[in-house]
Design a protein around this ligand. Structure first.
Ligand code: SF4
Length: 355
């Protein structure tokens, strides 16, 4: 019993240590204000900036360093690569809206992130294309208000969680006032690169606007630190369903064991693995791209071999605005009359007879 109490007390201490005393390096304003921005590499297509917290994380991880530290390879532009690889500008009726699918829109709330990923799909807007909070947001909200077929809004950017609580609340409150908006999603990497941002004040804002979902951009198991665990647990405790999005990156996470470990660690902190993305055809990112077979191989080594909840969808976001397609390894072999023949995850053959 005493030992149990001791354990509880020492856990409380750890939780308290992870809180963000005002003025300390743990405070998120200081993390943003003291980002590391110096680099020797010139003419970058994506700005270089990284929070002190995440710099410590990548310093201990050769894999994660590749995702954040600029490289001369970014100057190599392949013919198939594009500035706007997903053709989002074509589907943008007003500046901060991308309306591609019938019942949902993307709301690009800001052009800023806490730390910049070298493979970013939205490199064309981040820290270049200033989004005016009054003018552009109001036009975006007016568009959603007028389009009653929209039932789902994904707030992204840049990273919406770098904004002050008041701005986040302004957006959420305006969306919640619209009766046709059923769900709101936030797409973010902040819980990973600046987990100090997940304060009680932010939680108090977010939980007023349910049903609210959060898609968190994770890359590698080395990102799952005590700080990230605490941030995700706080979000989950506030009733926010959490899902992960991971870009498949050469030399970083293109390995079934690494992906399996990441998916298991995510489930332990109540983040449901959602998507593994094939890297987009973004200008200057060919050194990160894997063959599509690599993604299928990873799914094949997860499906059946571990919990179904740990198996995300592998998707290719088609260039020029084609949208996402989900790829799965082929388990169906052939049909013989009304009998279907399959192989299972171990390669053994089985059949299913239809009525
Ligand atoms: S967090 Fe997202 S938007 Fe920001 S740099 Fe990384 S990939 Fe791009």
């Amino acid at each position: 019993m005493e030992e149990h109490l001791e354990k509880m007390i020492s856990r409380e201490k750890t939780e308290a240590e992870l809180e963000e005393p005002p003025g300390s390096r743990l405070n998120w304003h200081n993390q943003l204000g003291n980002r590391i921005t110096e680099t020797d590499v010139k003419n970058l297509r994506v700005p270089f900036a990284i929070t002190p917290y995440y710099f410590d994380v990548i310093s201990k991880s050769e894999a994660l360093k590749k995702t954040m530290m600029p490289s001369e390879q970014e100057c190599i532009i392949k013919p198939e690569e594009l500035r706007d690889s997903l053709g989002e500008e074509h589907d943008s009726p007003v500046k901060c809206i991308v309306h591609r699918y019938p019942d949902r829109v993307l709301f690009l709330a800001t052009n800023m992130c806490a730390s910049y990923c070298r493979y970013c799909t939205r490199s064309r807007i981040i820290e270049n294309d200033i989004i005016d909070i009054e003018e552009d947001w109001d036009k975006g909200l007016a568009y959603i208000r007028e389009h009653k077929e929209i039932r789902d809004v994904i707030i992204s950017g840049g990273d919406p969680l770098v904004m002050p609580d008041t701005n986040i609340e302004y957006l959420l409150a305006n969306l919640r006032e619209m009766e046709h908006i059923e769900i709101i999603r936030i797409g973010t990497k902040v819980p990973v690169v600046m987990p100090q941002r997940i304060t009680q004040d932010l939680i108090d804002v977010l939980k007023k606007y349910h049903p609210l979902f959060m898609s968190i951009h994770f890359t590698h198991p080395d990102e799952i630190t005590p700080e990230v665990k605490r941030a995700c647990n706080k979000l989950a405790d506030a009733g926010i369903p959490l899902g992960s999005q991971t870009v498949l990156l050469k030399g970083v996470n293109d390995d079934a064991e690494i992906m399996k470990k990441l998916m298991h660690e995510l489930l332990k902190i109540r983040v449901r693995p959602y998507y593994i993305y094939q890297a987009d055809l973004v200008a200057g990112t060919s050194h990160f791209r894997t063959p599509i077979e690599k993604g299928l191989e990873i799914i094949e080594k997860l499906r059946g071999w571990t919990s179904g909840y740990a198996v995300p969808q592998f998707v290719v976001d088609l260039p020029a605005g084609g949208g996402k397609v989900s790829l799965v390894p082929e388990y169906f072999l052939y049909k013989d009359g009304n009998k279907y023949h399959f192989r299972n995850f171990e390669g053994k053959r089985y059949s299913y007879q239809e009525a």
